[in-house]
Every structure is written in structure tokens, then in C-alpha cells.
Design a protein around this ligand. Sequence first.
Ligand code: N01
Length: 540
Amino acid sequence: MSASAVQSAAANVCDAVVVGAGFAGLYQVHRLQQAGYRVRAFEKGSDVGGTWYWNRYPGARCDIESICYSYSFDEALQREWRWPQRYAEQPDILRYLQHVAERFDLRQHFAFNTAIESAHYDETSQRWLVRTSTGETISTQFFIMATGCLSKPLEPKFKGLESFTGEQYQTSRWPHAGVDFTGKRVGIIGTGSSSIQSTPIIAKQAAQLMVFQRTPQFAIPAWNRELTDEEMRTAQESYAELRRLMRQSEVGIDYESPTIGAKEADAESLQKQLEYAWNRGGYLMLAAYPDLLTDLESNKIVSDWVKEKIRARIKDPEVARKLMPEYPLGAKRLCVDTNYFETFNRDNVTLVDLRESGIDGFTAQGIRLENGTEYALDAVIFATGFDAMTGALLSVDIRGKGGLTLREKWQNGTRNYLGVSVAGFPNFFTITGPGSPSVLYNMTASIEQNVDFVSNTIDHLRDHHYASIEAQPREELAWTKYVDWISKQTIYTKVKSWYNGENVNGKPAGFMPYAGGGLTYFEFVRQAVDEGYRGFTLAS
Ligand code: N01
């Protein structure tokens, strides 16, 4: 064998393959390479960033306050980074992740512009054979999907779309150079977070904007603003305490909430508390009362109050009626906005209510509704969402013991243990898998805790000379049933949403994230570890 063949064969044998270069993949690679493992990492995009690499639409920003939306693992990193705004916008978050990649020299471990096509477990060698889109095959002991929850966009499927002669964009695949809509008639389909963030900005630029709405959404003002030097300095100096408080909460952020439910509050204190929550803004509205996500009566009190606030932002009562959400506040992912509802007061913005007549399809000139109404467009934007939580995992041909595919295993719904491990798929980990709190928790904080779990587990196997770990089928079933049961104690199951897969045709319905709270979840994980990896099989 030539020297270069030996070198390339060595590169194709490693301890761990990590997929994804977002918050999860970057930290996972950092932890493993710090501990001396041979790591290969792969990313479909041309650089680091994950969600924040792809979602470059105008107005994209996080809905968790910036100072909480960052890594906690390195004190110097958190002390040196300065967030410009209360809610960081996409370019700042991307800059942060690029900074992290440079600071810890992580890019050297990644192959960019490279997708993972398959990962097959070989029972004889107890290793995964991972194949890439560039034709490489890698043999690895551990296979880690750090692919995020909202990384597989739904492809727009509309009759006649191929005949449309205007420009087409997707919020989750926005051109890096940006788009100039000046003077154009623009249509945006969808009214989830991506649309709610981009609509006000596009409306200011376009000649006309038509917003095609199938389901009206709740959005709470972000009250975004610049962070002062003083605020940032205080945060930097007290990060240790802030992180401790974040980890003590069920959602991974530091907030206060009253101890009584909304339905127990008297009228005066209710009004005061709701105004307070509204003025804190954004996602913190859900912390107005502790029972909003579990008690429909309490939720209705607050939902009705929020609807009045929304109504007051819209001048035309008929437009306001059409924009009014009809489901419990927070049951679909709560949107955080800046001037969304006010945008419908502009003369160049039209709300098209698809509940009156749905989209029939596209013509060469634009969109035609089922009732025959046509909207001429120069450009259309699809803000139509994602195959959430499982989309990215199932887009890889993952096969465990006996050649069983993950898709077959999950054909009737997701099954795993603690959201991280799947029975029959040894040494395979998901960082933000279904069955973990992920999107119901501060993502950066849940990622860090699960990466720590995976990294510590790999260390444990190495130190105790085990070759593999996998979930036990009985514990997996118990966890899956528990995740389902706990979701039914909440209002999340009262409406169709991407949380329960009902936005994707043919996807098995079932609430995917763990809804019992992050604090509780991480305690389950800790206990399982303390009890010698209870629920897992460790094999030599
Ligand atoms: O996607 P969505 P998103 N015809 O699924 C509509 C995160 N995120 O990209 O509700 C007409 O929420 C669909 O209608 P309906 C955040 O977690 C975070 O906006 O299914 N309409 C809906 O209105 C968020 O929740 C931030 O009836 C169609 C919209 O398209 C998640 O990503 C920012 C349609 C899809 O909304 C997803 O948000 C952005 C059709 N055929 C995103 N198909 C932050 O702030 C779909 N729709 C951090």
C-alpha cells in the first residue's frame, strides 16, 4: 500500500462521526477532540452555522434572549462575546458560531458541502459504516446525528408551480447575497415564525406584498433593542449565576412566574400580571402563569387577553378578525414579532385568508385560488415550514442490527430512550432527538447538556472497556409511552402543528418533543447514569 493510501485509509477509520455544524455539532466535535478521540464531522452547507447558516431571510433572529442563547462551556468565550441586541439577529448568531469554530479550531474536523447518505451498523465489527455524498466510506465506532430539529424544509408542492415565471424563494434556503424586492409584487405563503419575522421587512421594500394565511398565529412583541455596554458587562460578569438559574428552570431560561394559575387570579392582579408579561415580551408571555400550557381554562383567559392586544394593533376590524388565532396560546410554537400585525395597516399589504378559499395552484403569472381569484406576482416566498424533529434523521439511510432501518423502526411513530438512544442501533446518538425537550427548552442549553451526556458516555465506555451501548427495548417502550402520556397532559396536543408531525402528509402523528420540562428530563438522564446507565445495555 502506498503512503497516501495508508493515510487515506487511516482517515476513513475513526472513533466518532458527527453530522451537522450547528450549535450541537460544533460542541460535540469540540468535546470529543478535546478528549483525544479521532473525529470526522460532516456538514451539507459550505461552512458552520446549522440553522443560522441556512435561515438568512430578512428579520431572522432568535426567540430566546441572546445572553441565554449561547454556549456556557467556556468561561473565556462567554466573557469575551458581546451580543449587540436583546434578541440576536441571524448574522450575529452566525458570526458567533464562526467565532467559536475559529477559537477552538473546529473547522479542520469538518468536511463541508458533504451530506451523509447512509450509516449501516456492522454487527461483526461493532462499527458503523458511513457513506458520504462525495463517495467516501468511513468506519466509526460512534455515529452522532447533531442535525437539529428544524433542518429539513418541506419542499413546496403546488399544482402548476413549474409554470410560474416569477422568482421563487424559500425562507430556510435564502440566497446568501440577499434579495432585493424593490418595486416587485411579492407573495409569501405561510404565517409561522419565519413569515412573521420577514413580512414586516419585505413589506417595506416590495411594491406590494400578499400574505397567504392558512392558520392565523399568535405573536407577541419582542420589544427588541440594543443591549447597553453596562447590561452586557453585568451579564458577562454574572454568567455563572445566570447559567445556574437557567438550568434550574424547566425551559432553560431564567424567568419568574407566579405560583397560582391564571384562573385563580383576581381581576386586578390578573390584569397587572398580564401587562407585566406582555411588556417582558416574546416567549416570556407563556411564563405569565405556570398553568398556561396545561390548563385550557387558564389558557383561554390569557389567550383572550392577548387577542385583544393583537386586535388593538390592527386598524381594519375585518383584517383583525381574519388575523385572530383560534387555538390555545402556545399550543403551536409561539411567534415573537416586531411590527407583524402593524404591517397589515400598510396600503401595500394584502392579507389573503386561505380559509375562505384555498390555493388552487400557480399560473405563469402568479397564484390562483380555488374560487378563481388570481394574484399576479413577480416573486413568491415559501415560508411553509419543516419536516421537524425526524426529517433530517430519516433523510439518512440509517440501519441498525439485522439491517432494520430507522424509518422502518419509526414507521408508526418515533421510539427511543431518553431522546438520545435507539434500541437496535448501538452507539448511535441523537442530540436533539424526539423524546428530548429540545425545542421546548432553550435549544443551546439542551444541546450542551445532551452533548455532555453523549461525551461522558463515550468516555465511560472507553474507561470501562465497553465496545457499545444501546437502549433496552423495554425501557425504550416505557420512555416512549411516557413521552406520549406527558404530552397529553398539555395543550400542545389540542391543535395540528409541526410539534406533532401533522404538517407533513403521511407522517405518523404523535407529539415529538418531551413536554415534561427540561429540568425533569435532565434529572431522568442523570439518574439513569448514576444507576449505572439504567435502561441501557453496555456490551464488551
Ligand atoms: O414554519 P411553520 P416556520 N398552503 O411550520 C403554512 C422555528 N423558527 O418556518 O399552520 C398554505 O411554523 C402553515 O400553515 P398551517 C420555530 O420553532 C424559529 O415559520 O400548517 N400554507 C404555516 O402558517 C418555528 O415554529 C424562529 O395551517 C401552508 C406556515 O406555512 C419553526 O422554526 C424563526 C402550506 C409554516 O409555519 C418553524 O417556523 C423562524 C400550504 N400548502 C422559525 N403549507 C425564531 O424566532 C404550510 N403552510 C428562533
